[in-house]
Design a protein around this ligand. Structure first.
Ligand SMILES: NC(=O)c1ccc[n+]([C@@H]2O[C@H](COP(=O)([O-])OP(=O)(O)OC[C@H]3O[C@@H](n4cnc5c(N)ncnc54)[C@H](OP(=O)(O)O)[C@@H]3O)[C@@H](O)[C@H]2O)c1
Length: 319
């Protein structure tokens, strides 16, 4: 079969022949239909992700650990957990029996690869208990997940949506998608603090944080009240770290603002996952939620892997 083959950690996968996978007793071979290439796949291939050792212990290997494919009986499924060195970026892969769920009919497999990213936006509800009318700040709104989060917040009935990014052109696009106001974080610390203060008005109810690092450190500092006053607590959902893996949190920020910080996994269980998945599928089928995907053939993987021009659109490989 043809596959995207990684020969060395930190290398670029090449379109090559690779032996067909053979299923063991407890496995099934999947015919791959679509695979989203995300930062996490590149970090695994680069050896900078905690799961790198799991997926690249044996080289050559095929990158990507999930996708959309067909079971031997033709059923379309979302699959995960392929047995290394097999990965998703190939014509076929092999996964444990049961490591897949049927995908809803009527949704393009390329779009289905991005549904999980839209579900991250739903964590304002599952993690922070968002209710319609509340003010939502999306930190890092110009990426794929951030843009979908803005759309999801709008669909869930946010009162006001503030979106942050570091590029004015990208921020204008995010405003067209439903953000009411934008903040460019590529300014001095003082100017950014002021921008957060100016935009908050009567407070941010929920922050969906894809950035962490410097912008979120400044945001948390800006939540400290300017006088002895009771603040409406902000609930911050931590979900990404595009701007940094760590930040410094002053005790004062926590103590005086009453900010509540949760991980995006809060509130997730099989029931809530089913509920939010169902909601995202309903919006997708009705056309209320749209996805920007750029489809490329597997044969183009070497060029596609190195693309940096897809800001806000998901690269989806279609074998
Ligand atoms: N995709 C998912 O399903 C998923 C699920 C859970 C968590 N996450 C996490 O969420 C984050 C975003 O994921 P994504 O799929 O949306 O990625 P993406 O499309 O590559 O977007 C990355 C975003 O981060 C911004 N950014 C990158 N470096 C930055 C920096 N140094 N300072 C400030 N902003 C910076 C980018 O801004 P520019 O547009 O200016 O480049 C862009 O808005 C990642 O940390 C990811 O691991 C993603």
């Amino acid at each position: 079969m043809k596959a995207a083959v990684l020969h060395e950690i930190g290398g670029v996968p090449r379109y090559e022949e690779f032996p067909d996978p053979v299923a063991r007793d407890d496995e099934v071979v999947i015919e791959v239909k679509a695979v989203a290439v995300e930062n996490v796949d590149k970090r695994i291939a680069a050896g900078t992700h905690f799961a790198s050792r799991q997926y690249t212990a044996q080289l050559p290997a095929i990158p990507a650990f999930d996708g959309i494919g067909a079971l031997p009986d033709g059923t379309l499924v979302g699959f995960g957990n392929p047995r290394p060195p097999y990965g998703a970026l190939a014509e076929k892969t092999v996964v444990p029996k049961g490591s897949y769920v049927p995908i809803t009919e009527g949704i393009d497999p390329a779009v289905a690869t991005v549904l999980g990213t839209a579900i991250t936006g739903m964590s304002i509800k599952t993690g922070a208990g968002f209710v319609p009318g509340e003010t939502v700040l999306v930190q890092g709104a110009t990426g794929v997940a951030g843009r979908l989060a803005v759309k999801v917040a709008r669909l869930l009935g946010a009162g006001r949506i503030i979106a942050t990014g570091r590029d004015d052109d990208q921020l204008r696009q995010v405003q067209a998608l439903g953000a009411d106001e934008t903040i460019n974080t590529a300014v001095s610390d003082e100017a950014l603090t002021q921008a957060y203060l100016d935009a908050e008005r009567d407070g941010y109810d929920v922050v969906l944080d894809f950035l962490w690092g410097r912008p979120t450190e400044i945001l948390l500092r800006s939540l400290v009240p300017q006088s002895f006053a009771f603040r409406k607590p902000t609930r911050l959902i931590q979900i990404g770290e595009s701007a940094g893996a760590e930040l410094s949190l002053a005790a004062e920020s926590l103590r005086t603002s009453g900010v509540e910080i949760y991980g995006a996994a809060k509130g997730l269980n099989p029931e809530t996952m089913q509920e939010v998945y169902g909601q995202v599928v309903t919006w997708t089928r009705s056309g209320d939620l749209t996805f920007d995907v750029v489809k490329v053939p597997l044969s183009d993987i070497e060029t596609a892997w190195q693309r940096t021009d897809l800001r806000g659109s998901r690269l989806v490989v279609v074998p």
